[in-house]
Design a protein around this ligand. Structure first.
Ligand SMILES: [Zn+2]
Ligand SMILES: [Zn+2]
Length: 400
């Protein structure tokens, strides 16, 4: 069922600080440099650029480097100023940036994949470069020796990758919609479990090592919060986008999740509330409220001489109900439904105005977002769009 979000005017919203333009193609990944008014971008136009804010308030490139091929992804480690860039040919190229961000020196290239590198992640604590490619391989290399340590074949090509340093678990989100959890050893890895909940590709993953919570975003417009630290197998759904989820960032200091979608929507979720799991949908041959038969229930239709009805489900209690017994709609924010969904008449009566208080705010970035990065030290957010523009936002009015 297609449900439309009714956007309410927000008084507090992200403030657009700057735009960075001049790309010949889409910026596949860009990050804000912490403690510096700077941005690093890698683009489909083959360029790696470092942008520093000048006295004029504009961002100008201090590094402009052209790669032999398209840059598909990137990982930047601020402590070592190491930049790992994934490319279309399957190579991961490493660079070291100078302290003043005016110079970039090539360090090493890993022949990691047979096709486009989809995600690269450098883990300083263990000196590993993790990467995934369209060849459906997940590989990890030692960044000290340059050697490949291991590889794992994934079910589909991977679009989200997160790593828990403490326990050395890797979370791999793929195009089949599942998240695979692997335990990594030095040179081998073992399958721990898989999370299945999305009906579309996994497009983004975000791991919060403090609360031990994994967020997954999908092309099915939904986000799922997998509560690993809670140890109860809880999975909470968040429905607040009308298009493919493209990015997820967690502000752990305020317990807010920032998500964005390809229609330009940015949603800020308050995760400091006790949320409820959505119920399983119950099966019944007749309405669980008025007991009228559903249309496949020929026996009861014949016996009671009644025409069968369509089956619907109440999003709050999960009961199978007819259209007449579920004519009303409501938001259920604590179940993640920030837009109105079908509820049965008795649930509708039980939902109070207080229950309907939104737990998220909705904003419009006014470009189709392909990538997003949040920097908690400055409170700034970066969005990169299909319009080949990077936008920088002050999020302090809404993330605080
Ligand atoms: Zn009914
Ligand atoms: Zn109900």
């Amino acid at each position: 069922m297609a449900a439309e979000i009714q956007p309410q005017p927000q008084t507090r919203k992200p403030v657009l600080l700057s735009k960075i333009e001049g790309f010949q193609d889409v910026v596949s990944t860009a990050v804000i440099i912490p403690k510096e008014d700077g941005v690093i971008s890698v683009s489909e136009d083959r360029t790696i650029r470092v942008w520093l804010k000048r006295d004029s308030g504009q961002y100008w490139p201090s590094v402009y480097y052209t790669m032999p091929t398209t840059c598909s992804c990137m990982s930047f480690n601020p402590e070592t100023r190491r930049l790992s860039v994934g490319t279309d040919t399957g190579a991961v190229s490493e660079f070291i940036l100078s302290e003043d961000y005016n110079k970039m020196t090539p360090a090493r290239t890993y022949q990691a994949h047979q096709g486009r590198v989809t995600v690269v992640l450098f883990v300083l604590e263990i000196e590993w470069v993790l990467s995934t490619g369209q060849d459906k391989n997940f590989t990890w290399h030692c960044s000290e020796s340059g050697q490949q340590l291991g590889t794992y074949r994934t079910a589909a090509w991977v679009s989200g990758l997160q790593f828990d340093v403490e326990t050395r678990h890797v979370f791999v989100g793929d195009q089949s919609g599942q998240v695979t959890i692997l335990k990594l050893e030095q040179d081998n890895c073992s399958l721990v479990t898989t999370f299945k909940g999305h009906t579309g590709n996994v497009t983004a993953l975000c791991w919060d090592p403090v609360q031990r919570v994994l967020f997954s975003g999908s092309s099915d417009h939904s986000i799922i919060m997998w509560d690993i630290g809670g140890r109860k197998g809880t999975a909470i759904e968040l429905q607040g986008h009308n298009d493919k989820v493209q990015g997820l960032c967690y502000a752990s200091h305020t317990r807010q999740l920032i998500s964005c979608s390809s229609d330009g929507g940015i949603v800020i979720w308050n995760m400091d509330v006790t949320r409820q799991e959505t119920p399983e949908w119950l099966d019944s041959d007749s309405c669980q409220k008025c007991e009228q038969p559903f249309f496949w229930n020929f026996k009861q239709m014949w016996d009671s001489k009644k025409i069968g009805l369509r089956q619907h489900h109440c999003r709050k209690c999960g009961q199978a109900v007819c259209g007449k017994c579920s004519s009303k709609r409501s938001t259920i924010p604590l179940m993640g439904f920030e837009f109105e969904v079908r509820v049965c008449d008795s649930c509708h009566e039980s939902i109070t105005d207080e229950d309907r208080a939104p737990t998220a705010t909705f904003h419009d970035s006014k470009h189709s977002i392909v990538y997003m990065h949040y920097e908690p030290t400055t409170g700034n957010l970066l969005t990169s769009g299909t319009d080949k523009v990077i936008k920088l936002w002050d999020m302090t009015p809404v993330v605080s």
